[in-house]
Design a protein around this ligand. Structure first.
Ligand code: PGA
Length: 275
């Protein structure tokens, strides 16, 4: 099968909805998607909403979104580092590509800790995701202990260097990085927006340094993730350098998530008006 090129320009603001291991039934997944109802008529040209459900819901939701003409992209929460073969229980990025997904979350801290995913594994996943012309959403971030020691920038820099080491060139590639401090995930203890901004600028500097072709490209986005909700969203998204958010818990609470979409939509509009 020939692999189509992913679109090369990502809209100015993006929201990734990481449903994690939720909901418990296909019926509920279907309801959730329908109630998010990202209306195609709304001019969302500057905003991309990416739904990342559990693997088994991807195909029915993709088909449903198509039939309802919803303006949403789909992503997986993980993938394996080979395309096919004797890897019981695994799902490949080639399968995801052939299904119509556009994005794959790679290196989420829950996988790094519960599944013992190392930077070596993550680097292999990033490589194959790129080869299959999907866009990785690479998650990086420090633990509470590392932050107490003031090591957050070193930790993030090391993760980026290791996780992207197979990537020689970012030209004509899409890359999304999510800064997700581990201590902020699912705790309600969100990172202060100014601190998130500082780290996001730092990540962009590293990417610029490591991939000189990057300068001026519109195909790299850096998001914040960790206890984002309808109350704190505007304090992140008002910053031009914060290209969007990765939302976990609040993405499966319909009213919360719709408010988040509205806020990010407003910010994307303002950004495009300033151009
Ligand atoms: P949270 O999760 O929004 O529930 O903190 C974010 C994430 O894990 O990606």
């Amino acid at each position: 099968m020939t692999i189509q090129n992913s679109k090369l320009k990502i809209p100015s603001k993006i929201i990734v909805a990481n449903w994690k291991m939720n909901p418990a039934s296909p019926k509920e997944a279907d309801m959730l998607l329908k109630r998010i109802w990202i209306n195609k008529d709304k001019k969302l040209a500057n905003l991309e909403v990416i739904i990342a459900p559990p693997f088994i819901y991807l195909e029915p939701l993709l088909l449903k979104a198509k039939s309802l003409r919803l303006k949403a992209e789909f992503g997986a929460q993980d993938c394996f580092w080979e395309n096919q073969g004797a890897y019981t229980g695994e799902i490949s990025s080639l399968m995801l590509k052939n299904l119509g997904a556009e994005y794959v979350i790679v290196g989420h801290s829950e996988r790094r800790s519960y599944l013992k995913e190392t930077d070596e594994i993550i680097a292999k996943k990033i490589k194959i995701v790129f080869e299959n012309k999907l866009t990785p959403v690479l998650c990086v971030g420090e633990t509470a202990e590392q932050r107490v020691k003031g090591a957050q920038k070193n930790v993030v820099q090391e993760q980026l260097n290791k996780d992207l080491r197979e990537i020689k060139n970012l030209k004509n590639r899409n890359l999304v990085v999510a800064y997700e401090p581990v201590w902020a995930i699912g705790t309600g203890n969100y990172c202060q927006p100014e601190e998130a901004l500082e780290m996001i600028k730092f990540i962009k500097e590293i990417l610029n340094l490591n991939f000189s072709q990057l300068s001026g490209e519109k195909n790299i986005k850096v998001l914040y993730g960790g206890s984002v909700d309808s109350k704190n969203i505007s304090s992140y998204i008002k910053y031009q350098d914060i290209d969007g958010v990765l939302v976990g818990g609040a993405s499966i609470k319909i009213n919360e998530f719709r408010k988040i979409i509205d806020e990010v939509f407003k910010a994307a509009e303002i950004k495009s008006a300033k151009k």
